[in-house]
Design a protein around this ligand. Structure first.
Ligand code: SAH
Length: 231
């Protein structure tokens, strides 16, 4: 795993020495995955590419140092933990509705000695009541379809900040179907960046949505409504 990570980081123009803490995190996830459902990817090389380098590739599109970021539906910590490992000056809030996963992340980040990380067990649409428009950046990978995801994430981002949605490269229709939600919630798509994950032939996409206007107070709605009647 170490070699793939080193080569991948080099390809991305990132610090190869970070292969070591990234691998240490992978080992903690894989170990815990034996007793808890954290990831379906258990092959080490695949883990390195499809989890760690996929998240690292986000840094070719956006910077996180000095920024307050919330990773919505972080699960086993993706992309939040790799981003925090790679950006020592990032402040990262890891948010997930499954408290067992958040407990694991607290323990793992403690073992890795990662500071500047906040752990929140809760639902994104409820978290907005406490921390509305207080983050510079929101990230999210593999959580929900874009119209729903925008209602979970955009209310948390300050005007002038960004929401980075990690999607498959086959997401044109999904993006088109989210146009109304993005506009209604105060966002504007500023970039759609496709990238090939280093050391693989897999192409993924980051959709960059700028927060250009405040989100109207009636959003986010309760999850039942968000799901039943996506914007
Ligand atoms: N981002 C991770 C995990 C994806 S699985 C990855 O890419 O590997 C989706 C995660 O989102 C699950 O852990 C689930 O608990 C969480 N989730 C789903 N809806 C949520 C919500 N409304 N608020 C917070 N977390 C949510």
């Amino acid at each position: 795993m170490r070699d793939i990570l080193r080569e991948g980081l080099r390809e991305l123009g990132l610090d190869e020495a970070k292969a070591e803490p990234l691998e240490a995190f992978a080992r903690l996830v894989l170990e815990k995955n034996r007793v808890m459902n954290l990831t379906a990817i258990t092959d080490e090389a695949d883990f390195a590419r499809l989890h760690l380098l996929d998240c690292a590739a986000l840094l070719t599109v956006a910077g996180f140092d000095g920024k307050k970021t919330v990773d919505v539906g972080t699960g086993a910590g993706f992309p939040g933990v790799p981003l925090r490992i790679l950006c020592p000056d990032a402040r990262m809030t890891l948010l997930d509705s499954t408290s067992k996963r958040v407990d694991f992340l607290r323990e793992a980040c403690g073992t890795l000695g990662l500071d500047g990380v906040e752990f929140v067990a809760g639902r994104a649409e409820e978290f907005a009541a406490q921390r509305r428009e207080s983050f510079d950046v929101a990230t999210s990978r593999a959580v929900a379809a874009l119209p729903v995801l925008c209602e979970l994430c955009l209310p948390l981002v300050r005007v002038g900040g960004q929401f980075l949605a990690m999607k498959s490269a086959q997401s044109d229709e999904e993006l088109a179907s989210a146009a109304h939600a993005i506009e209604t919630l105060g966002g504007r798509v500023s970039r759609v960046a496709d990238y090939t994950i280093p050391r693989s032939d897999v192409t993924h996409r980051v959709i960059v949505i700028d927060k250009v206007k405040p989100t109207p107070a009636k959003y986010p709605r309760a999850f039942g409504q968000i799901k039943k009647k996506p914007l």
